[in-house]
Each structure stands twice: as C-alpha cells, then as structure tokens.
Design a protein around this ligand. Sequence first.
Ligand code: MLT
Length: 247
Amino acid sequence: MINKIDVFSSAYSFKEEDVRDKTVVIIDVLRASSTMVTALQNGAKGVIAVEDMDDASKISHNLDAQSFLMSGEKNGITIDGYDLGNSPLEHTEEVVKGKTIILNTTNGTKAIRRCSLADPIIVGSFLNLKAIVEYLQKLDDEEVLLVCAGWRGRLSLEDILCAGNIIYDLCGGNLPIEARDGAKVAFGLYEKFGDDIENSIKSSNYAIRLKDIVSVDDLEYCCQRSITDILPALNEGIITDINGKAK
Ligand code: MLT
C-alpha cells in the first residue's frame, strides 16, 4: 500500500536522480497528458514524447512515413509543418487510429523525458483519474511521486489540483501519514477548489496566458473527470495503454 507520497510542482523542480526507480505519474492537464490519453483512447498505436524539434525529426526519420503523425505546440500554437497541434480534440479516431503520435510540447513531454530514470512512468490527467487511482491502489510499492509539468519551471494550478485529487481519492479523503510537503499542498488545494475544478482552471494562469490561442472547448474537455480507463505507461520509449481499453 502506498503511504509515502510527494508532488513535484514542475518539470524542473527536481533532479533527474530523485526519481530513479520510483513510481512516477506525470501530470500535464493542459494539455499534453490529456492529449496522450485521448489519442490512445482513439486508437493511436502509441505516443512518443520528445524533448524538442531535433529529437522529433530524428525519430521520424526512422519510421515509415505513413505510420506516424507529428503533433505539438510552441507557446500553445501548432508547430509549423506538424500534422496536429496539442489539442486533444484534434486527436480524433479518424485522424489517429493506428498511427504513432510523435508529441513535442513545451512542458509535458519535457517532464516525461526528465523522468526517464523512473520506473514505471505513468501519464495522468483528470480524464483518466480513476484509472490512475485504481492502478496505484494495486501497487506493492510504498512510494509514489506525482510529477506536475507546470509551465517553464513554475507551478500550474491545474496540475497541482489533479495531483491533489489523485491523493484525495487514493487515500480515501485523508492525508497519508508520510505525505511530503508537496503532497500536503496539493491535497489542501484540492480540498479548497475540488468542488469547482472547471471554473478554478478557467481563471488559472494558463487560461489567461493562452486565452486567444487555446479554445475554451479544450479547457472544458480537459476538466472532465474519469471519462476513460486508458492508462498510458512508458515502455521502451513509447507510451501505450496498459489497461487495454483503447478503441
Ligand atoms: C505543455 O506541454 O506545455 C502544454 O501541454 C502546452 C499546451 O497546452 O499546449
């Protein structure tokens, strides 16, 4: 049973060595985690999270041109020449079924790369929250790290809220005795704002920063809780659904 929990507030708030061999859940509610969950739900073969454009282009050169799509954003905007942006709503079944998605985002995919020493590496969002909690409940491990992607080294309300919601549900509404400070903050934030996640996120820094770029439909979509049982996990460089719930 898990009783040691910590929450890291951004992709740059820890040393890569801190996560070695630990169970890690990476959270980027807006929008990388939500996009990965949705792409897998809609039948994408897998998602390769890349660090930057060079990384994306090297990986794509080793794949059959018909087998993949390039997705990603810089400052919320679709990267020039890419097939898709980072909107989960663009990753429909018609578009992604059977394809490998090479995903390049400002914070979310970098958080995944910075956790490469962790094992296992799971991707969490509000969309698959229940699946994450059920997975963690079954683990023999005593410790879990919830890694929030944040924004360029700063914390993001939506990621910490999601981490708090995971802890709350995992521990039946009580803080585990060995919760670290990060977990206590996330838990407290969830207790304060958990009843109205959508409106809290609509007034977050992210929503204000990208209000002219990211549609409100994306925000509303990403705030839905537990609409899918998809459980994305990184294995040998590719993120796939280990719950077998994809279309
Ligand atoms: C990121 O990785 O920073 C985000 O997912 C940004 C975005 O919403 O496109």
